[in-house]
Design a protein around this ligand. Sequence first.
Ligand SMILES: Cc1cc2nc3c(=O)[nH]c(=O)nc-3n(C[C@H](O)[C@H](O)[C@H](O)COP(=O)(O)OP(=O)(O)OC[C@H]3O[C@@H](n4cnc5c(N)ncnc54)[C@H](O)[C@@H]3O)c2cc1C
Length: 585
Amino acid sequence: MRAHKFDVIVVGAGGSGLMAALYATKNAQGSVAVISKLYPTRSHTGAAQGGVGAALGNVDEDSWEWHMFDTIKGGDYLTDQDAAEIFAKDVIDAVYELEHMGLPFSRLPDGKIAQRRFGGHTREFGKAPVHRACYAADRTGHMILQTLYQNSIKEGVNFFNEFLVLDMILEEDADGGQVCKGVIAMDIASGELHTFHAKSVVLATGGNGRMFKVTSNAHALTGDLTAIAYRRGIPLEDMEFYQFHPTGLYKLGVLLTEGVRGEGGILRNGAGERFMERYAPTIKDLAPRDIVSRSMYMEIREGRGAGPNKDYILLDITHLDPKIIEERLPDIADFSRTYLRVEPTTEPVPVNPTAHYTMGGIPTTIDGEVLWGTQNNEIVHGLYAAGEVACVSLHGANRLGTNSLGDLIVFGRRAGVAAAKYANENALLPITDDVARRAEDLISRTRNASGKESVAKIRAEMQQSMQDNASVFRTEETLSAQVEILRGLNERYTQIGISDRSERFNTEMIEAIELGFLLDNAETLVHSALNRRESRGAHSREDFTERNDPDYLKHTMIYRKEIGHTEIKWRDVVLGKYEPKPRVY
Ligand SMILES: Cc1cc2nc3c(=O)[nH]c(=O)nc-3n(C[C@H](O)[C@H](O)[C@H](O)COP(=O)(O)OP(=O)(O)OC[C@H]3O[C@@H](n4cnc5c(N)ncnc54)[C@H](O)[C@@H]3O)c2cc1C
């Protein structure tokens, strides 16, 4: 066992982790390290395409208040309004900061950062779409990640790459609360466990889309730290709100950015009709994602899908100038050519909704402090979270496109600053000799697993059943069925067998561990969804089709009692000047 000591540890090297690490380094008196299971520039942030939303007003008039309002309405009023206000104001300056760090944004003829339209982003509180997404062609996330990584190297951040975090060092403190003293990670190259002892820890480990069959998410997005937090008694917030992005390539789920519609792309049904005019008469194809994804499935259900089996929708950009496509959307044009052999400049592209983003996650205050209870003062001392793994809650029941990249830089920065401040003000607390016991057990149990069940089969059944029972539409019946399916899969998971017993790069063992994390994420989603008997944002119950503010204008906080058994508590939504109204576009 190897042991390390740092002032601040950041787990995850995507946009949120690197932003936190940069700011922790600038503010901490001691050392900062980032631990990442992937080489940093392979983090999913690098796959983000369309843009980062900020009210710069470079193309048309814009204001942070309109952005704040759009975010809250987009979140179906479950968004905490204090978080939305900080976000809409701070993201402007955060985008300029990225520009000054060297990020090569696409430009307008006058040299300013180019901006395009995106779903749910409007001017004057819903009047018309606004150009708010700052972009670097359709490689915005790639540019953000490279820029932040280069700057982290420049600032002297320490990196432990290809280290898989398996547990947190979490203890009760004197007054019955909790304190985090570091993490335990396995060096993937050697299989050796390392103890990372720290004054404060920031979790920035991204999403969990791999619990669904058709997803835009990379293979590594297995919800590791949401599962670890949940196992260790930390609640997860609003896990029922899972976003399906309208335009994934048919059957594959590979994402075609909403920027395609921002540039003028149109969704058509099998009859060639622009059906979004019926569902969202004002902003049509640029309605928020929950609404567009549902509308697409309604068209398919009613027999108006495209193709021989009428089971997909068409994304049409044939009317756009091919020069604009090559300049602003080069990657998505290539995806469609490479994966579907469709030439997007002359034929419409077959698409369907794809599992994309979790609005829920580890609950935090606006400074990234992780909660163990339902109140803002019930925080785990020394533990912070930011980015997709966290739930601030900025996105409420449905995230607007471009608001995740903004979330990473605004709340990643705040978490980094807060974690550094905590480290400066607190001593390194002692840890006991057995801190790695849980992680050791997990590894030896998994590496030596010799049962009959196959990891790949359980994973495939989980992904297919989650897609069938807990995706865009849900009912009591499908969710209850899914609770039982997951119980069965969990049972079988205890009987898995793996064949590779080696220490080095044991990816078979890692996949088995990740499947355990995914099953826990699925459990929290399904139980939370069953408990919320209303429809709001991305959570659409066919047996409770209306939003129900009197009973459910509150955040779900799910705790694990034992595997398959949960307890749900509620947390108040931070309301403010924008009162809940019917959500029409
Ligand atoms: C295809 C695609 C396109 C997108 N386009 C946009 C867009 O245009 N605009 C927008 O706003 N949003 C977009 N999003 C969403 C946005 O990109 C993500 O929500 C965001 O990048 C997540 O960043 P993150 O820092 O939270 O995590 P990630 O970038 O996913 O990074 C997670 C990090 O955690 C590490 N990690 C995970 N588990 C462990 C573990 N157990 N131990 C150690 N390290 C671990 C990984 O190595 C990685 O470094 C897109 C998402 C996808 C999938």
